[in-house]
Design a protein around this ligand. Structure first.
Ligand code: NDP
Ligand code: GDR
Length: 411
């Protein structure tokens, strides 16, 4: 897809709304752009992507001929890039989804994780303060900030107890955002988003790793069965199993498309929060920068927890994903109850086939420290900003497996 330099963008006539979204090659950034195109018809949308030597535009190819969308070179770790953006585009909203987002890599690249997820957020806040203080800023926070949880479910009052360099970097960014909000009245927010997934999810994250491999295994099983002579039932065949780490970890999974709606609500709290409207009317001119500053300064802008409020183990996700693909399996552990020996095996006509292993454990995928369980309490955003997510766990798994099955058919 054609990518411009920031100084070459076409801006709307004076007064037209400009929204900048970073990380648009990723899952959330691409869904955010789709959401804005549909729901904010007056906006010009600029997407930021860093230059890579290989094309990684799969999640945005559908935007190629979209007249209201422009793709620009943007690197969050380069403060010049941030300042150039603020200087030329002067966006009304800056929605930051760019990050080192893979928790497992954050131990291997701790400094780069900190630079991208924490130091760069300070650069964004400074650039906003200096060049356009009325710009509304969203930074993607995470349930990983709660980490080693002390209360379940987790709501906005849960203390930060991160377990990874990634979680620590997001918690640091949250503190900076609060400081800039309170010091300068900048409308900056950071939701605690719990895990969210979908067909655009990167293939290293556990859900998409499972769904893409379920489809691969389905094809291997179909090929094995089709190669048998008619009427012969044999299990003298194997598939290459999926290798996973801690399958007992529990996560609160939502659909990424529901989450971007929550983000837009957090960025427009006075619009969605009816209890604040009276206050707005009293102060008058509620959408002016002065009003916003007052609104923010009075502590009226908040960070919210966004979650499905239900959690499942990785094990549950595996079982459900195979079920959607029409494959029955069963979890087995050996007599000594050794977790590493646990397997998910093929079941034929209700009978397990121990030699056909679909999933096995590989300690390589264990983390130096694990967040064992997360479950959100999103009652505040549902009540105060009217957020109403549409997709539940089973529908999400079905959506992902079905999408991966259709990709294979297209090849
Ligand atoms: P992805 O990994 O799919 O997307 C991350 C994006 O950030 C990619 O477009 C990536 O670009 C971009 N990026 C990375 N480094 C830079 C950089 N230096 N400059 C510019 N762009 C960069 O993540 P998600 O869409 O899933 O998540 C979006 C945000 O939400 C992240 O901040 C993540 O930490 C956070 N989050 C995600 C949750 C989830 O469950 N999905 C839950 C809670 C928080 P490239 O393609 O070039 O790598
Ligand atoms: P997470 O997502 O770390 O929660 O971060 P991920 O899907 O990577 O892991 C979820 C859980 O699954 C366990 N797991 C495995 N994980 C991966 N990736 N691969 C495996 O083989 C595997 N086996 C077991 C993990 O140990 C973990 O417990 C995501 C990211 O999107 C973050 O950016 C975001 O902030 C959080 O969600 C909320």
């Amino acid at each position: 897809m054609k990518i411009k330099n920031i100084q070459d963008i076409t801006l709307p006539p004076s007064g037209g709304m400009v929204i900048f979204v970073s990380g648009v090659t990723g899952q959330d950034g691409s869904h955010m752009v789709d959401y804005l195109l549909k729901n904010v018809p007056e906006a010009t949308i600029i997407g930021g992507a860093r230059r890579l030597s290989v094309d990684n535009h799969d999640n945005i190819v559908h935007l190629e001929h979209e007249p209201r969308f422009q793709l620009v070179n943007f690197d969050l770790t380069d403060s010049h890039s941030i300042y150039k953006l603020m200087e030329y585009a002067k966006p009304d909203y800056f929605i930051n989804f760019a990050a080192q987002s893979f928790v497992a890599s954050s131990w291997d690249f701790a400094r780069q994780t900190w630079q991208t997820n924490s130091t760069s957020i300070l650069d964004c806040l400074e650039a906003i303060k200096r060049l356009k203080p009325s710009c509304r800023f969203y930074n993607a926070g995470s349930s990983e900030e709660f980490g080693n949880v002390i209360v379940t479910p987790q709501n906005e009052t849960h203390p930060p107890r991160p377990r990874s360099p990634y979680g620590a970097s997001k918690a640091a960014a949250r503190t900076l955002i609060k400081v800039y909000r309170e010091s300068y009245g900048i409308y900056a927010v950071q939701g605690w988003l719990f895990n969210h997934e979908g067909p655009r999810r990167g293939k290293e994250f556990v859900t998409r790793k499972i769904t893409t491999n379920v489809v691969r295994i389905k094809n291997e099983i179909d090929a094995a069965l089709n190669s048998l002579p008619d009427g012969v039932a044999s299990f003298d065949w194997k598939v290459t199993p999926i290798e996973l780490g801690n399958i007992d970890a529990c996560r609160d999974w939502s659909d990424a498309e529901d989450m971007v709606d929550a983000v837009w609500r957090m960025l427009n709290q006075e619009v969605y929060n009816s209890s604040h409207l009276g206050y707005a009317t009293l102060t008058g001119g509620r959408f002016t920068p002065e009003w916003t500053k007052l609104y923010v300064g009075q502590g009226m802008v908040k960070d919210y927890v966004c979650s499905s409020d239900v959690n499942h183990s990785i094990r549950d996700f595996v079982t459900e994903a195979f079920k959607v693909a029409g494959i029955e399996g069963r979890w087995f552990i050996n007599m000594k109850n050794e977790p590493l020996s646990e397997r998910f095996v093929y079941v034929d006509g209700g009978i397990p086939v121990p030699d056909v292993v679909l999933v096995r454990i590989n300690p390589q995928f264990y983390r130096p420290a694990e967040v064992e369980t997360l479950r959100g309490d999103s009652s505040a955003i549902r009540k105060e900003l009217g957020w109403n997510p549409k997709t539940n766990f089973n529908e999400l798994v079905k959506k992902m497996v079905t999408s991966d099955l259709s990709q294979v058919k297209k090849v």
